[in-house]
Design a protein around this ligand. Structure first.
Ligand code: ATP
Length: 249
């Protein structure tokens, strides 16, 4: 997947200002956005998803323009064919697991899912081993189960890109390792490019084909992480950042 992001947005709340000014280009099927809290990672992901609108710039995926302030292109969220998993999974508490997953398939005017769509929901629940939870509500699910439901909901529409905002943050360390492996399998199975936000070096090691370090609203650095890791096995994003900062000084 070729991704080209060049966006600017000023966010103001009372006397607090945040300037998002992110530019990066990458060609990778697993892109990691890494950086400290409050750096602008989620805002970048939300801009790609179409949930927030930058003031200036453009966003292109495989040369298809999702947003361009100059030509006034702004493809609506529901037409971008992007699966998005927010930090808290955002499952609808009043809908069952099956209805949460099916929600992604419903058109605005549609009251009920067709037989084929119901079958699709069933198939993806079987794939994610959550079919027995079909009639349960999110409040009665474990963290790992909630995450599976959210992933199934994001993937049921066969998105052409999957955006994951710290998908493992709420899970215990043992479950994190398991879900990392599952995500790698899912990516292969669905052949969907993934952009993932993380603070966790272990995620970078597992997924970081290409890493974009975002800090203070800017993409500070872009690197082909796996390639560099082969050359320097003790590499971490932190020492990579440190090495580059030293080289700059
Ligand atoms: N609607 C908003 N209005 C004003 N400021 C905002 C708004 N949304 C986010 N911000 C600010 O923008 C900055 C970047 O937020 P963002 O959520 O992108 O950070 P992040 O890098 O994803 O952090 P974390 O890793 O903690 O989730 C933060 O300082 C945040 O407070």
């Amino acid at each position: 997947m070729a991704i080209d992001v060049n966006i600017k947005k000023q966010l103001t709340e009372k006397h607090r200002h945040f300037q998002l000014n992110v530019q990066f280009q990458a060609d990778s099927d697993f892109l990691v956005l890494f950086g400290p809290s409050g750096a602008g990672k989620s805002l970048t992901l939300q801009s790609i998803a179409g949930l927030i609108t930058p003031e200036q710039g453009n966003i292109k995926i495989n040369n298809s323009v999702l947003f361009d302030s100059e030509t006034h292109v702004n493809i609506p969220v529901h037409c971008r064919n992007i699966g998005y998993l927010p930090q808290n999974y955002a499952l609808f508490p009043h809908l069952t697991v099956a209805d949460n997953i099916g929600f992604g398939l419903k058109k605005l005017w549609q009251w009920k899912l067709s037989h084929a769509e119901k079958q699709r929901v069933h198939n993806i629940m079987s794939l994610f081993e959550i079919a027995t939870l079909a009639h349960s509500f999110p409040r009665s699910l474990s963290g790992g189960q909630q995450q599976r439901v959210a992933l199934a909901r994001a993937l049921v529409c066969k998105p052409s890109l999957l955006l994951l905002d710290e998908p493992f943050a709420a899970l215990n360390p043992l479950l994190r390792t398991k879900m990392r492996n599952e995500l790698l399998q899912i990516q292969k199975l669905f052949q969907v490019p993934v952009v993932i936000i993380t603070h966790d070096q272990a995620d970078v090691d597992a997924f970081g084909e290409t890493v974009i370090v975002i800090d203070d609203g800017k993409a500070q650095q872009i690197c082909a992480y796996k390639e560099q890791l082969r050359e320097t096995p003790a590499l971490s994003v932190t020492n990579l950042m440190w090495a580059n900062n030293s080289a700059l000084n």
